[in-house]
Design a protein around this ligand. Sequence first.
Ligand SMILES: NC(=O)c1ccc[n+]([C@@H]2O[C@H](COP(=O)([O-])OP(=O)(O)OC[C@H]3O[C@@H](n4cnc5c(N)ncnc54)[C@H](OP(=O)(O)O)[C@@H]3O)[C@@H](O)[C@H]2O)c1
Length: 274
Amino acid sequence: MSAVGLGGMPMSIEGRPDHARSISTIIAALDAGVTLIDTADAYHLHADEVGHNETLIAQALAAWNGDASAVLVATKGGHLRPGDGSWTLNGDPAYLKQAAEASLKRLGVDAIGLYQFHRPDPKVPYADSVGAIRDLLDEGKIRMAGISNADPGQIRQAQEILGGRLVSVQNQFSPAFRSSEPELRLCNELGIAFLPWSPLGGIGKAGELGSRFARFAEIGRDHGVSPQQVVLAWMLAKSEQVIPIPGASRPESITDSAKAPELALSEAELRDLG
Ligand SMILES: NC(=O)c1ccc[n+]([C@@H]2O[C@H](COP(=O)([O-])OP(=O)(O)OC[C@H]3O[C@@H](n4cnc5c(N)ncnc54)[C@H](OP(=O)(O)O)[C@@H]3O)[C@@H](O)[C@H]2O)c1
């Protein structure tokens, strides 16, 4: 799949654009060669619109004139938004199975391409939640299994429960948030994908990235590219396992981010960026 994916969250939560702009943004990503789209059933605003983002993606893929079968839609279950702005958790196996079934229907597919357990629920043993993901794999409801917001112990535990079939870990990682380095190293060791979330610092902060991280901005100026492209190229250079999923709510941002794999940073530049 493409070296850079699209994060769907900004199109469905607080500050989201109108429907037409979201569809244009997803189609711009597809036209730019992006073949991985990250979403979640919890990417919605109001209580009665669970799966808002999954529905947008299904609509955009149906409207696109390219080969939608080559696009991997990665969704997640285990987080909920009751509609008051908060995020809650439910890692109960029966709930996860029902949530996956609902995502499958919204995406309009026979099996979900990649299903990720969104976040450990302290009220439910991790093995039980990941056990539900294993069952979904065994039943053919999902093609691939991933986890998110996991520490190294949970990654190893999930890999064991899934019988070696864990394909990805999605954790926060950006110039401002580097504490997922141990998980990244473990993904390298296990040969599984590492998907940095909020790679540009998150919605509302990504635009001003260049003013907060001067060296990324300087290198961007030297290469005639945005500081956001420099961040993504820096992540890509860390390991072949890294697939950043920058969010977007405008076609221009994902079109720009999708060019990051073309940017080659020198050894000296990478050393500076850390
Ligand atoms: N697993 C989890 O717990 C978890 C948590 C958070 C996020 N995620 C996933 O990770 C994805 C990415 O994280 P995020 O959306 O929170 O934050 P992000 O990717 O760090 O930042 C998103 C913002 O970056 C801006 N942007 C993107 N490319 C740009 C460019 N080239 N130049 C300038 N601005 C650019 C976009 O602006 P515009 O809106 O103006 O286009 C967007 O609002 C999410 O969409 C979601 O799929 C997962």
